[in-house]
Design a protein around this ligand. Structure first.
Ligand code: XMP
Length: 527
């Protein structure tokens, strides 16, 4: 397609309400972070796969394109490439790391595989002469590098803007075509002036307007939901009790009111007070039509005698689907299903961003047999943005700030068989952990905190006699995204309070342990 004539003037397109920048994803762990930094600069960003076509780009009417970093070398067969015609659209481009090397290679420069590898903090020297990308910045500052290959020959029309000890061309530009690139990662916090560099690109080079906010997305999504679901037909939403589905439901309710019915399946494996909280918030406060299915007995009967963790998950997932299907029979006309899919889920669900349901992050997915279209009003947002919107929409803090909670609920915190007695024990211990974390003012600092009921028993002395009880394992972790986590350094005093209270207040428990394993090698949950 190279050289194909493009009959399109991006600015001729009707001005959208806010400006959008596309981030072409080359498989970088940083693509999300780049997108996020752009939003922090109050410009809307969307991640697109490397095989995005120029026509697809134009339908999104972006103000600029960013090529992300990526793990590949441009020299490796199969390394992700982009259609060179993307560079002929007249849009400003910023290449980052792999994107910088790809730009050099596509335009006739040279990327060498040897030497020049740099990892971590590196001193950047900005060259003499002003460039819009570095204007007003110091001539020397620290940037974050992570690369093996380096650009050694500039493409025609480009000049080098900055260098480091290992990279002669740590940044380059063809100013007339508004093509810029950097070898380092401006999106990471370790790059000192990273956000300013992104600002220079967005505002000075690409002429973006900083008018995007998560609130604009509420208004926009309300209109989008109305447009998607038309004038009639039922819309269903499966509420899990977690923040994502709650915010999605509240937003869709704002858009279409009574046409939304929320289905809340109580599988008996929720934390104490959560069922009441969901009913109180949705049916009473927000006056949303809520079908509360008390399926506790059904789930627990099916779980009787089952110890294998995967089998437990499978039973819970399948039963959830059956229950949901039964409710949906009453809403046969329902054509739409609301999902609280977030931005990171969209990215993880495949290069085309298809609305795939991650089984890990839902209660076993949703019925395949249901012929419904998904409504996903949060698919542009990160968790903290969703929380802000939740508050804006009037959801209480107890829901908006609820910790992530696994779909299969307490079943993944009860290794071995899930019995009614064991649920009572883990729930009671869990309340104590939560209360003490709250009292210590740590509820927002700690990513997740909970109790696990071990499957073995041990001898203890309680009161005047010998006890043979279960140990409770207290787990509290700090994390940004649950991909990795560290155990929270809770004070001995706090642990002591939890331990004393759990042994005193939870019958059947005679020992408390604190899990000091990070992830990896552990996981957050215990199964
Ligand atoms: P692990 O235990 O794998 O958990 O470190 C990572 C994060 O995912 C949550 N989790 C789940 N969430 N359905 C969910 O919706 C599940 O089946 C599930 N299993 C784990 C866990 O709480 C942590 O936040």
């Amino acid at each position: 397609m190279a050289g194909e004539e493009i009959h399109f003037v991006p600015h001729a397109i009707q001005q959208p309400e806010h400006d959008t920048v596309l981030v072409v994803d080359f498989g970088a762990q940083y693509a999300q972070l780049i997108a996020r930094r752009i939003r922090e600069a109050r410009v809307c960003s969307e991640i697109v796969p490397a095989d995005v076509t120029p026509a697809e780009v134009l339908t999104k009417a972006p103000k600029a394109i960013i090529f992300s970093g990526g793990p590949a070398s441009v020299h490796v067969p199969g390394a992700p490439l982009v259609d060179p015609a993307l560079l002929d659209l007249g849009l400003p481009v910023l290449g980052i790391c792999y994107g910088h090397q790809l730009l050099a290679q596509m335009l006739g420069g040279y990327v060498t595989e040897s030497g020049g590898r740099e990892y971590g903090r590196t001193k950047l020297e900005v060259g003499a002469g002003t460039s819009a990308l570095f204007s007003g910045l110091p001539v020397q500052f620290d940037v974050w590098m992570s690369h093996q290959d380096s650009v050694t020959v500039l493409p025609e029309g480009f000049v080098a803007l900055a260098s480091t000890e290992g990279s002669l061309v740590a940044s380059m530009a063809d100013v007339t075509r508004a093509l810029y690139s950097v070898q380092f990662h401006p999106e990471v916090v370790h790059t000192d002036r990273g956000q300013e560099i992104l600002h220079r690109f967005l505002f000075d080079i690409a002429d973006c307007r900083p008018n995007w906010t998560p609130i604009s997305i509420v208004e926009e999504q309300i209109s989008a939901v109305r447009a998607q679901v038309g004038e009639e037909g039922d819309v269903l939403c499966a509420l899990s009790g977690g923040v994502d589905s709650a915010v999605a439901a509240a937003l869709v309710h704002k858009a279409i009111g009574d046409r939304l019915t929320c289905v809340f399946v109580d599988h008996g494996l929720l934390r104490q007070g959560e069922t009441e909280q969901v009913i109180e918030t949705f049916s009473r406060n927000l006056e949303i039509d809520l079908v509360h299915v008390d399926a506790r007995e059904r789930f627990l009967d099916l779980l009787a005698g089952v110890s294998d963790p995967e089998k437990k998950r499978q039973i819970i997932g399948e039963t959830f689907i059956r229950v949901f299907e039964e409710v949906a029979l009453d809403y046969r006309g329902a054509q739409y299903l609301v999902q609280g899919t977030l931005y990171p889920d969209v990215i993880e669900s495949g290069p085309r961003g298809a609305a795939k349901i991650k089984s890990h992050h839902n209660v076993g997915g949703l019925p395949e047999s249901m012929d419904v279209e998904l409504v996903e009003p949060l698919r542009m947002l990160f968790k903290d943005e969703v929380r802000r919107i939740g508050t804006e929409l009037g959801l209480p803090d107890e829901i908006v700030w609820r910790q992530p909670f696994p779909g299969p609920g307490l079943a993944v915190r009860i290794p071995g068989e899930v019995t009614r007695d064991r649920i009572v024990m883990v729930r009671a211990a869990d309340v104590i952990v939560r209360e003490e974390i709250d009292k210590a003012g740590l509820e927002r600092e700690v990513w997740q905190s909970f109790a696990v009921l071990a499957a073995t028993r041990s001898v203890g002395v309680q009161g005047d006699g010998r006890s043979y009880g279960y140990p409770v394992i207290v787990r509290a972790v700090v994390s940004d995204d649950a991909m990795t986590a560290d155990w929270a350094r809770l004070s001995y005093d706090l642990l002591d309070k939890m331990s004393t209270r759990i042994c005193n207040e939870v019958p059947g428990v005679n020992r408390v342990l604190y899990d000091i394993t990070s992830k990896p090698p552990g996981t957050i949950e215990w199964e």
